[in-house]
Design a protein around this ligand. Structure first.
Ligand code: AMP
Ligand code: TRP
Length: 325
């Protein structure tokens, strides 16, 4: 087996925002060169938070379209919808029998989401399904934002536990997070991460936002009352977040940006940030608006066929190892 397989996933809920783009998607695009990449729109995960059937169907297509428009290349990589490949759910059941309740109840995302109400077994078991997504394809690396580190630790633990009990079936996958932008913060509260579930739409930039809206949202971003553009995540978390965003979108180093913008008023600095974001997202915006839903559906269908072939072969070995006949 080659040592360069990669898997990652994104939920079809809400719009894809700049945190998703910088923390995950743009790295998914560049990593296609080096890895045999498998990307997935994880609709079964999205069911753990209530949304209507029409809304989920629409979000699934929209999310897949966005992945194609950012540059996931369906001739090179797989890009499919999780529920089209039933082996994910079957492996999740098997792995669930190895997962400890204590470990699952310490998951930060579970605690945050269940505190907001809507506790359900699916939400509790969510990280086990995530482990199955990754392990079914026996991949070596998983590129994600910072918030997924804990889920990935559980994945490694389950892989090791399975291998110890049933034989060396799974590679133990490594987490890859970007150096800049692994945790893009909210524009309204720079101590909280930018999130799809924040009720305030001004807290995030959606990658489908118009240039005007992007500029407005960045102008209204919370900064501090001081002056001077410096990188200091303690004293200037808002400015530092905007510097991270600019560095990620322009490909320039933070030091270089600070040297250029140090003496700017915050208003002028924010305009420069907005320019970098608008320019950086322009190729995405035009690709997205030109793409038809039918094209997206075709790609999903042919990718799912190939993913089923690989997942079914993998699951046969797993079933054999645990004694399912
Ligand atoms: P989700 O929207 O929760 O399905 O996340 C999809 C991907 O985006 C995952 O790899 C997350 O770690 C990443 N991500 C989500 N929010 C952020 C953020 N604020 N900063 C960086 N990465 C993020
Ligand atoms: N839990 C991830 C998130 O919310 C999405 C996800 C599901 C995922 N399965 C995965 C990410 C497998 C990486 C690998 O962002």
């Amino acid at each position: 087996m080659t040592e360069n397989r990669l898997f990652s996933g994104i939920q079809p809920t809400g719009e894809i925002h700049l945190g998703n783009y910088i923390g995950a998607l743009r790295n998914w695009v560049s990593m296609q060169e080096e890895y045999e990449a498998i990307y997935c729109v994880v609709d079964l995960h999205a069911l753990t938070a209530p949304q209507g059937p029409a809304e989920l169907r629409e979000a699934t297509i929209r999310t897949a379209k966005a992945l194609l428009a950012v540059g996931i290349d369906p001739d090179r990589s797989l890009l499919y919808v999780q529920s089209h490949v039933p082996q994910h759910a079957e492996l999740a059941w098997i792995l669930g029998t190895l997962a400890s309740m204590g470990h699952l109840s310490r998951m930060i995302q579970y605690k945050e989401k269940s505190e907001k109400g809507g506790q359900n077994l699916g939400l509790f078991a969510y990280p086990v399904l995530q482990a199955a997504d990754i392990l079914i394809h026996r991949v070596h690396v998983v590129p994600v934002g910072d918030d997924q580190s804990q889920h990935l630790e559980l994945t490694r633990e389950l892989a090791e536990r399975f291998n110890t009990r049933f034989g060396e079936i799974f590679p133990v996958p490594a987490t890859i997070t970007p150096k800049i932008g692994a945790r893009v913060m909210s524009l309204k509260d720079p101590t909280a991460k930018m999130s799809k579930s924040d009720p305030d739409p001004k807290s995030r930039i959606d990658i489908t936002d118009s240039a005007d809206l992007i500029r407005k949202k960045i102008r209204s971003a919370v900064t501090d009352s001081g002056i001077g553009v410096r990188y200091d995540t303690e004293d200037k978390p808002g400015i530092s977040n905007l510097l991270d965003i600019t560095a990620a979108m322009s490909g320039r180093a933070i030091d270089e940006l600070v040297a250029e913008y140090a003496d700017l008023q915050y208003g002028s600095f924010k305009d420069a940030v907005a320019d970098a974001v608008i320019d950086g997202l322009e190729p995405f915006r035009s690709a997205y608006s030109a793409m038809t839903d039918d094209y997206v559906r075709d790609v999903m269908a042919s990718s799912a066929e190939r993913a089923i072939d690989s997942a079914a072969a993998s699951l046969a070995g797993i079933r054999e190892a645990v004694g399912l006949s």
